[in-house]
Design a protein around this ligand. Structure first.
Ligand code: MG
Length: 350
């Protein structure tokens, strides 16, 4: 970096002397940080507007998707997964959301002094299994150790690259009025599975994280010749945050039918108990798809016959009206706006 490097950009972060966004994950505060500081400083805006799960880049006329994510979930092991599986599938899914075939990952580890070797072995074994399942290779990495008390066991960063087949353009910019909106399964399992361990809560029925690869499901849709406009995995901030961002960036209205949104009863009960809205709870194996209305039934069929989808549904449509806004329509016709939360309702979830 040159000595005179200067972030000649607006930084609308108020007068904070320190970063006070500790739990600002998928909400408005984190958006301020990304849009006010990182995007103007780096090249992301020039290659990728509007923002997407992966950057799609051209190198010697090959199109590559490139993405990175850092995992700080607590606890490290939870029903249905662990930080290692999450770190592989999270990055694989971000590549898949750009229509890319995931190929290679990197893995960076921040280990706290005193971490049990057996814990590390279990996590690495889990990463190996996840990578083998989706046929991606972990080919480079890094390890740093921090003093006892200066980390929380282990944090993992993964980055991934994949190739984007010719003719595939999946991006929030392509979302258009008339598109149907589908989800690939019931919502909220990951967030509730993690919270239940953390809070020591026992819920009726098995409640496991939905942590899984979505690459095969995207493959199946593309193989069927579906013209997919946009995909997003419903991670931090859940369905609500994903829709709010897409409506804003695509300058469209989105109307969702509340009664059509699949939420399993144990998740619903847990959310009531914890005071959470399942539409904002994180998922790690669910996506939302925007496709032309005439393809909606076909996409639903494909999802219904794919093992990575669990109770998929058509939940709404994209409209000309109320651009930039997501409206949730209740069973009696009343509506409410789904907006980004100002903070994170569940920190350290991924
Ligand atoms: Mg994502």
């Amino acid at each position: 970096m040159p000595d005179d490097f200067n972030l000649n950009c607006p930084i609308p972060l108020g007068n904070h002397k320190t970063v006070q966004l500790a739990h600002g994950g998928g909400g408005r505060l984190m958006r301020q940080l990304i849009e006010g500081l990182f995007l103007p400083a780096f090249d992301a805006q020039r290659v990728q507007a509007p923002p997407h799960d992966s950057a799609v880049l051209e190198i010697d006329s090959n199109r590559l998707a490139f993405t990175t994510d850092t995992f700080v979930v607590s606890p490290l092991f939870f029903p249905g997964g662990d930080i290692g599986k999450l770190a592989v599938f999270g990055t694989v899914n971000d590549l898949a959301m750009a229509g890319a075939k995931p190929a290679y990952l990197s893995a960076g580890f921040v280990l706290e002094e005193g971490l049990e070797m057996e814990t590390l072995r279990r996590i690495v074994a889990s990463m190996c299994r996840a990578a083998a399942e989706v046929d991606v290779r972990i080919v480079t990495g890094d390890t740093k150790v921090v003093d006892r008390g200066k980390g929380d066991g282990i944090f993992i960063n993964t980055a991934g690259i994949g190739t984007v087949p010719e003719g595939i353009e999946i991006s929030p910019a392509r979302v258009a009025p008339g598109d149907a909106v589908l989800v690939s399964g019931d919502l909220g399992r990951h967030g509730i599975a993690v919270m239940s361990v953390r809070e020591g809560l026992a819920f009726e029925g098995a409640l496991e994280s939905d942590c899984a690869s979505l690459a095969g499901l995207v493959d199946a849709m593309l193989a069927a010749g579906i013209e997919i406009h946009c995909l997003r995995d419903l991670t931090r901030g859940g369905l609500a945050a994903a829709l709010a961002e897409i409506a804003e960036h695509a300058r469209v209205g989105i109307e969702i039918k509340e009664a059509a949104i699949p939420v399993a009863q144990p998740v619903r009960s847990a959310c009531e108990l914890l005071g959470l809205d399942p539409l904002y709870v994180a998922n790690e194996g669910r996506l939302v798809a925007f496709v032309p209305t005439e393809s909606a039934d076909r996409v639903l069929e494909i999802m219904q016959s794919h093992p990575a989808a669990h109770g998929p549904a058509i939940i709404g449509t994209v409209t000309h009206e109320h651009r930039g806004i997501v409206e949730l329509r209740g069973p009696l016709g009343g509506g409410r706006i789904l907006d980004l939360l100002s903070g994170e309702q569940m920190p350290r979830i991924c």
